[in-house]
Design a protein around this ligand. Structure first.
Ligand SMILES: Cc1cc2nc3c(=O)[nH]c(=O)nc-3n(C[C@H](O)[C@H](O)[C@H](O)COP(=O)(O)O)c2cc1C
Length: 103
């Protein structure tokens, strides 16, 4: 795999609009996967543990499972939505515009 993708395990700098840089330790990304934990009462803590295990396994960038901005976009009844600040997990941060920079 590293022969076909020689840069896969090398770091990647992501430059933000404010000039700051986030360095990903590699270019391995975990795609979005709605696990169902999102709707559980203790789901935030369980999701944190779930994603922490993947990060410990080495993935550099994780896209969390999809949430709808309101009930109209729900894929199933009872799906968690993001309509107010209170709906956001405590650890959620607003994404800032950024540009990947290959090394
Ligand atoms: C159980 C499961 C849950 C998923 N949840 C989401 C999701 O919430 N949002 C999303 O954009 N994609 C979701 N996907 C799609 C995956 O991110 C991915 O695009 C898909 O599995 C195809 O990946 P592949 O091309 O590597 O096989 C989900 C896939 C699976 C199998």
């Amino acid at each position: 795999m590293t022969t076909d993708h020689p840069h896969l395990l090398s770091p990647l700098d992501i430059r933000h609009a404010d000039g700051s840089v986030t360095t990903l330790r590699n270019r391995v990304m975990m795609g979005s996967m709605h696990t169902g934990l999102e709707e559980q009462p203790d789901g935030i803590a369980r999701m944190a543990a779930f994603y922490a295990e993947r990060a410990a396994g080495g993935v550099a960038l994780i896209v969390t499972g999809g949430l709808s901005p309101n009930a109209e976009g729900n894929m199933f009844a009872g799906m968690r939505t993001l309509q107010t600040d209170a709906d956001a997990p405590p650890t959620a941060r607003s994404p800032t515009p950024c540009t990947p920079t290959a090394r």
